[in-house]
Ligand binder design. Structure first.
Ligand code: 26W
Length: 821
C-alpha cells in the first residue's frame, strides 16, 4: 500500500487527488470484504465501519514500525495503569492526527457520504467518570505525539459510564451499550491471555533456611487483551491502549452440564465476566465493594504479568526492570501493583526482599487526584484476607519495615506511626491504598501547584516528613489536538492565519496573538468564530431541549460532574437571585444570559440528584416567565460526555470554575474553556490559580474565600445565619427555594437544600454568595464593553500554551519516568 500523505492542507488548498482515489478504493474494499455489503445496500453504520477500518489499516502500518523501532533500540517504556480512560470518539481524532481529514472528507464526498454525519455513528468510549479518566486519555495522546514508547493498561468494560436521561427534571440512569455494533478500533488478542488468581490460602515452606511462600488460590479468572492503537500528532508514532476483558478458564463445567443443569454449568463464567461488566460510576467516593477490589487486582495482575513477560523477553532478567520500565499509577486504584510486583519478584523469581523492594520503588510512581477524605480508598483487612491472602502478608511485611523506619525517625511517637501505617487501626482494621502507593513509589505527584502543596500539608504530611522530597507537582494539561483543533476548527483556522501553521505543532506560537488582541479587524474575525460556535450550540439546544436561545446572549457554562464541592448550587442560587432582581427592575439594561449546565451525578448521590432537579425546576419557572423576556435562560443539557463537551466548550463565553477553595485538585475543563476563549469566573482553587498566573489577573474574575479562609471558617462552625442576615439577596433566594416557589406541586421538595444553606454550609455556598454575585455583575459590566471583553478573551487563548498536556508529559518524562523526549 502506498504511503498516505501526511501534510495538512492549508485552508482552501486543494487535496491530493491520488490520495483521495486511494482512500476511496480502500473504503469500498472494506465495505465489500470486511462488512460484506455493496455500496447500494450499505447503511450509514456500515459506511462508518468501513471507513474506520480503512483508516485503521493506515495507522497499523505506523504502529508496527514504531513498535519494532522501540524494541530494536531497547528503549525504556512507560506503562500508564488506570481504571479509567475517558476517550470519547476516536474517528476524527485519529483522522486529524494522521492529517487525513481533508482526504477522507473528499473521498467520502465523492461516494455520496458525509464525513461529519458518519462521525455521529461512533458511540463515545466512556470508560471513565470524569477528570481522572479524561486526563488519562489526554496523556495517551500526548505520549504518542511525543513518541514516548508507552502503553495504557485498563479494563474493557462492557458498559461504560451510565447514560443519563432527565425525566421530569430528575436524573435516571440507563446502561451504556457502547459495544453493540462492534468496535472497529480494537484488536482482540486471543493469544495474550493471563491467569489471575483469587482467594485460597498461603503455604510457607522452609527452603534451606529461607522462607518460601506458596499461594494456593481458590479461583482463577482469565484476562484477555484488546488493543486499541493511539496515534500521535502527524502520525509519527503509535502506542497501544491495552484493555483487559475477563472470562472463565472453565466456561462450562462439564460434570454439571451433563446433569442437565445448563445455567449452573455456566455460573462460573458469569462470576468471572462480572469483573469487566461495568465501570464503577462513583466519582470521588470509594465504593468499598468486593467487586471493585476484584477489578483492581484483575487489571493490575494481568498488566504486570504482561510487562514482566515483555521485559524478560528483551532482557532475560528482572534486575534491570526499573531501567526499562516506568509504571505510573493513576490514583490509588492500581495500588495493588506495589504488592503484586513484590510477589512476582520474591515468590516467583526468588529475589531477596530488599533487592525486590528497591526495584519496586524505582519502577513505580503514583499520582494523587483528590484530597477528599471520602475518596481515599481503604479496604477492610477481612476482605483482603479472603480475596488476596498473600498480598496481605506482603503488605504487612512492607509495613513492618516502613514502621521501623518511622520509629527511627520519630522514636517513641506512637501517633506518628499510626498516622503513616499502611493499616488503619481505628474502627475496624483497613488497608490504606494511598499509603501503600506512596510507600511503594519513588515519586508521588499532585495535579496542580496548590494541590501538591496541600498534599504535603494535609493527607500526606507525615509521610512527607518520613520520605522528604518524594512529593512533586505535575500540573495537569489537555491535548490541544482534540480540544482546540478538532472541537474548534473556526478558531483553529484563524490561529493558523495569525500565528502561522507552526502553531499546530508548537502551542507557544499562540503568543503571537497578543499583538492582535486590540486590533478591531481581528477582533471582528475572532468574534465571528465564536458566534459560529454559539449558533451551533443554540441549534443543539433547540434540537435536544426544544428550546430557543439567542446566540447573541452571554453563554455562561458549568459542565462537570455534579458534586457539592463543585458548587452547581452556588450557580443556580445566583440564577434565582438574578431572576428576582430582573423581576424587581424589569426595565434595567440586563445583559442577556444563557446559563448552561451539564453533568452526571453518581447514581447513589441523592443530594447531587436533588441539585439537578432544582436546576431543572428553576429553569422551568425562569424560562417560562414572560417578565424575564429572554434576558435569563437556564438550560440543563442531559447526558454530558466528551462529544457534548466538544460542542459546548467552543461556544462558551464564561467558564464557571467555582469549587470551594482547597477542594478541586486541578480541574481540566477550566483549561479547555479558557483555551477556547471563555473568561473564567472562579475561586483560587486547583489549577485556576495557575490559569490566573498565565492569563493575568485582569483577564479572569476571581472571587470568594481562599483555601485557608475556608479552613478557618469551618473550624468556627458551619452555621451561615450571620452571612444570610447581612445579605438580603441571598436570604430572599434561599427563602424562595425553601418555600417551594420553584416546586409548587411539592413545596417541601428543596427544604433540605435551604436548610443546608442556612445551617450546614460545609461547602461555603452561602458564605461565598455575595462575592460571587458581585463578580457576576462585574462580568455583566465587562460584557457591555465588547472590544475590551474580546481583548480579554483573545488574551486567554494567547496565554494558554503552557496548559498543553505535551508540557505535562514532558515533565513526567524528565522528572519521574526518566525517559527521553
Ligand atoms: C474510589 C472512587 C474514586 C473514583 C475516582 C475516587 C476518586 C476518583 C477520582 C480521583 C476523581 C477525579 O476524577 N478527580 C479529578 O482528577 C482530575 C484529573 O487530575 C482533576 O483535574 C480534578 O480536579 C479531580 O477532581
Amino acid at each position: 500500500m502506498p504511503e498516505p500523505s501526511f501534510h495538512l492542507p492549508a485552508p482552501g488548498q486543494p487535496v491530493d487527488e491520488l490520495a483521495v482515489a486511494e482512500i476511496k478504493g480502500a473504503i469500498l474494499a472494506k465495505l465489500r470484504l470486511a462488512i460484506g455489503k455493496e455500496a447500494g445496500m450499505a447503511t450509514r453504520q456500515d459506511w462508518y465501519h468501513a471507513t474506520a477500518l480503512a483508516l485503521r489499516d493506515r495507522i497499523v502500518h505506523r504502529w508496527l514500525t514504531a513498535e519494532k523501532e522501540s524494541y530494536d533500540a531497547g528503549r525504556k517504556r512507560v506503562y500508564y495503569l488506570s481504571l479509567e480512560f475517558l476517550i470519547g470518539r476516536l474517528f476524527t481524532d485519529a483522522l486529524n492526527n494522521m492529517g487525513l481529514i481533508k482526504v477522507f472528507e473528499t473521498a467520502l464526498g465523492d461516494l455520496g457520504v458525509g464525513l461529519w454525519e458518519l462521525r455521529k455513528c461512533e458511540p463515545d468510549a466512556a470508560l471513565g467518570n470524569g477528570g481522572l479518566g479524561r486526563l488519562a486519555a489526554c496523556f495517551m495522546d500526548s505520549m504518542a505525539s511525543l513518541a514516548i514508547p508507552a502503553m495504557g493498561y485498563g479494563i474493557r468494560y462492557d458498559f461504560g459510564l451510565f447514560r443519563q436521561v432527565i425525566v421530569d427534571g430528575w436524573q435516571q440512569e440507563y446502561p451504556d451499550v457502547w459495544l453493540n455494533f462492534g468496535n472497529p478500533w480494537e484488536f482482540q488478542r486471543p493469544e495474550v491471555v493471563y491467569h489471575v488468581h483469587f482467594g485460597g490460602g498461603v503455604e510457607h515452606v522452609d527452603d534451606k533456611g529461607r522462607d518460601v511462600a506458596i499461594w494456593h488460590p481458590a479461583e482463577t479468572v482469565q484476562a484477555v487483551a484488546y488493543d486499541t492503537p493511539i496515534v500521535g500528532w502527524r502520525g509519527q508514532h503509535v502506542n497501544a491502549l491495552r484493555l483487559w476483558s475477563a472470562r472463565s478458564p472453565d466456561p462450562l463445567k462439564l460434570d454439571v452440564f451433563n446433569t442437565g443443569d445448563y445455567l449452573g454449568a455456566s455460573a462460573e463464567e458469569s462470576r468471572a465476566e462480572a469483573i469487566c461488566k461495568f465501570l464503577y460510576p462513583n466519582d470521588e467516593s470509594a465504593a468499598g465493594r468486593e467487586l471493585r477490589l476484584r477489578q483492581e487486582y484483575f487489571f493490575v495482575s494481568a498488566s504486570l504479568q504482561d510487562l514482566v513477560q515483555r521485559h524478560l523477553g528483551a532482557d532475560g532478567q528482572l534486575r534491570s526492570l526499573a531501567q526499562k520500565a516506568a509504571l505510573q499509577l493513576n490514583d490509588t486504584h492500581p495500588s495493588l501493583a506495589v504488592a503484586e510486583l513484590m510477589r512476582i519478584l520474591v515468590d516467583l523469581h526468588n529475589f531477596r526482599w530488599d533487592e525486590a523492594w528497591k526495584i519496586t520503588v524505582a519502577t513505580l510512581s503514583y499520582t494523587n487526584h483528590t484530597l477528599l477524605p471520602e475518596a481515599l480508598e481503604t479496604w477492610p483487612v477481612e476482605i483482603f484476607e479472603r480475596l488476596l491472602p498473600r498480598h496481605l502478608e506482603i503488605i504487612y511485611r512492607i509495613n513492618a519495615a516502613h514502621l521501623a523506619q518511622a520509629e527511627v525517625r520519630c522514636p517513641g511517637d506512637i501517633d506518628f506511626r499510626a498516622a503513616v501505617s499502611l493499616i488503619d487501626e481505628k474502627g475496624g482494621r483497613r488497608v490504606r491504598m494511598g499509603q501503600l502507593a506512596f510507600v511503594g513509589s519513588h515519586r508521588i505527584n499532585g495535579v496542580s501547584a496548590m494541590h501538591s502543596e496541600l498534599m504535603k500539608e494535609t493527607v500526606f504530611s507525615d509521610l512527607n516528613h518520613l520520605y522528604a522530597g518524594r512529593i512533586t507537582n505535575k500540573t495537569n494539561g489537555i491535548t490541544f489536538r482534540r480540544w482546540l483543533m478538532l472541537a474548534n476548527p473556526k478558531l483553529t483556522e484563524l490561529l493558523r492565519e495569525s500565528c502561522g501553521d507552526a502553531v499546530l505543532d508548537d502551542p507557544s506560537k499562540l503568543a503571537y496573538l497578543e499583538s492582535y488582541a486590540s486590533d478591531s479587524a481581528f477582533q471582528q474575525k475572532f468574534r465571528s468564530a465564536k458566534h459560529h460556535n454559539k449558533v451551533a450550540l443554540a441549534r443543539l439546544i433547540g434540537e435536544r431541549q426544544n428550546m430557543k436561545v439567542d446566540p447573541g446572549a452571554l453563554f455562561d457554562v458549568q459542565i462537570k460532574r455534579i458534586h457539592e464541592y463543585k458548587r452547581q448550587l452556588l450557580n443556580i442560587l445566583e440564577a434565582v437571585a438574578l431572576y428576582q432582581a430582573i423581576k424587581d427592575q424589569p426595565n434595567r439594561d440586563w445583559v442577556p444570559r444563557v446559563k448552561i449546565f451539564a453533568g452526571k451525578a453518581a447514581a447513589s448521590y441523592r443530594y447531587a440528584k436533588l441539585i439537578i432537579k432544582l436546576i431543572n425546576d428553576v429553569a422551568d419557572v425562569v424560562n417560562n416567565d414572560p417578565a424575564v423576556d429572554d434576558r435569563l435562560k437556564v438550560v440543563f443539557l442531559d447526558d454530558y460526555n466528551v462529544s457534548l463537551a466538544e460542542t459546548i466548550i467552543p461556544a462558551a463565553d464564561l467558564s464557571e470554575q467555582i469549587s470551594t477553595a482547597g477542594m478541586e485538585a486541578s480541574g481540566t475543563g477550566n483549561m479547555k474553556l479558557a483555551l477556547n476563549g471563555a473568561l473564567t469566573i472562579g475561586t483560587l482553587d486547583g489549577a485556576n490559580i495557575e490559569v490566573r498566573d498565565h492569563v493575568g489577573a485582569d483577564n479572569i474574575a476571581i472571587f470568594g474565600m481562599e483555601a485557608d479562609d475556608v479552613m478557618v471558617r469551618r473550624k468556627q462552625g458551619l452555621d451561615a445565619t450571620d452571612v444570610i442576615r447581612s445579605s438580603a439577596a441571598l436570604a430572599r433566594a434561599i427563602n424562595a427555594i425553601g418555600a417551594g416557589e420553584f416546586s409548587r406541586g411539592e413545596p417541601a421538595r428543596f427544604e433540605s437544600i435551604a436548610h443546608a444553606l442556612r445551617y450546614l454550609d460545609h461547602y461555603m455556598v452561602s458564605a461565598d454568595f455575595d462575592s460571587y454575585y458581585e463578580a457576576q455583575r462585574g462580568i455583566d459590566a465587562r460584557w457591555q464593553v465588547m472590544p475590551a471583553w474580546t481583548r480579554a478573551s483573545i488574551l486567554n487563548v494567547a496565554r494558554m500554551a503552557w496548559f498543553s498536556s505535551d508540557r505535562t508529559i514532558r515533565e513526567y518524562a524528565e522528572d519521574i519516568w526518566n525517559v527521553p523526549v
